[in-house]
Unconditional design. Structure first.
Length: 260
């Protein structure tokens, strides 16, 4: 099955200092690209709070960042603040390529930029093409697939500058390295990994109907969390862990936690 991920764009970075620069501003280890086709990672605030998630691959001498289309410029601007005197060039490739999700890898003549989704094998391949095939499914099909698998999309399923990546299950999504050197936001990320338990966590939930992203989940009269992406009765919610075994409601209707 082919699905057009119409909300994604491609940002290219090249220059002699690009690899070391990226290593200093992302949560994952850029060295993994020596053995892997793609990594999933995040960019944090200096205080260790979540800003953006994205994928990085490499083609020839250019590092390719697969990110949310509406976040391409904000992401580029945030990264650029850390370039200083380094030799790093930014290239907006969003007009050149479109992203397809495929259950299997495409032929090389169909897509020469493609990689297995590093978060979960069941998510299939991410394939960048210059022209979309005639028969292709809309984004909603992929959204429902990732919801049923309990996989976040940071553009929709996080509170910017407030959420921690351990609350977003980043470690289980292969999105963070605890063995690499220092990077922006590393101190809080390491501390929350080794010294504390998350006070909030992303859960897959069952709900009645659909609701707006950001809707408040209640436990009695207390705010217990927030609903994020949801469709056809399944969604992702950030819930305070002290309420996970309590009766929760959204818009007066009960919601049920399905999986962590």
């Amino acid at each position: 099955m082919l699905t057009h991920l119409s909300d994604r764009a491609l940002l290219g970075l090249k220059g002699n200092d690009t690899e070391s620069f990226l290593q200093s501003v992302i949560t994952n280890d850029i060295q993994r690209l020596k053995n892997e086709a793609c990594i999933y990672t995040a960019h944090l605030t200096t205080k260790g709070k979540f800003l953006f998630d994205f994928f990085i691959s490499k083609k020839d001498d250019m590092f390719l960042i697969d990110c949310n289309k509406n976040e391409l410029m904000p992401l580029a601007q945030s990264l650029h603040k850390y370039v200083v005197s380094k030799n790093v060039e930014f290239h907006d490739l969003s007009e050149d390529y479109k992203l397809i999700s495929s259950d299997v890898a495409l032929d090389k003549n169909e897509s020469d930029i493609q990689y297995q989704d590093p978060r979960l094998e069941a998510l299939g391949f991410r394939c960048w093409v210059k022209e979309l095939p005639e028969s292709i499914n809309p984004l909603e099909n992929y959204t429902l697939k990732r919801l049923n698998l309990g996989i976040i999309d940071g553009a929709y399923d996080a509170i910017k500058e407030k959420t921690l990546i351990n609350e977003l299950n980043f470690e289980s999504l292969n999105g963070v390295s605890f063995n690499k050197g220092c990077y922006v936001g590393q101190e809080l990320t390491a501390r929350t990994k080794f010294r504390t338990e998350p006070k909030k966590k992303i859960f897959k939930v069952k709900l009645s109907g659909e609701t707006e992203i950001g809707s408040v989940i209640l436990c009695g009269k207390m705010d217990a969390g927030w609903m994020f992406t949801n469709k056809d009765g399944v969604g992702l919610a950030l819930i305070r862990t002290r309420y996970i075994n309590k009766d929760l409601t959204l818009g007066g209707q009960p919601i049920e936690i399905l999986t962590a």
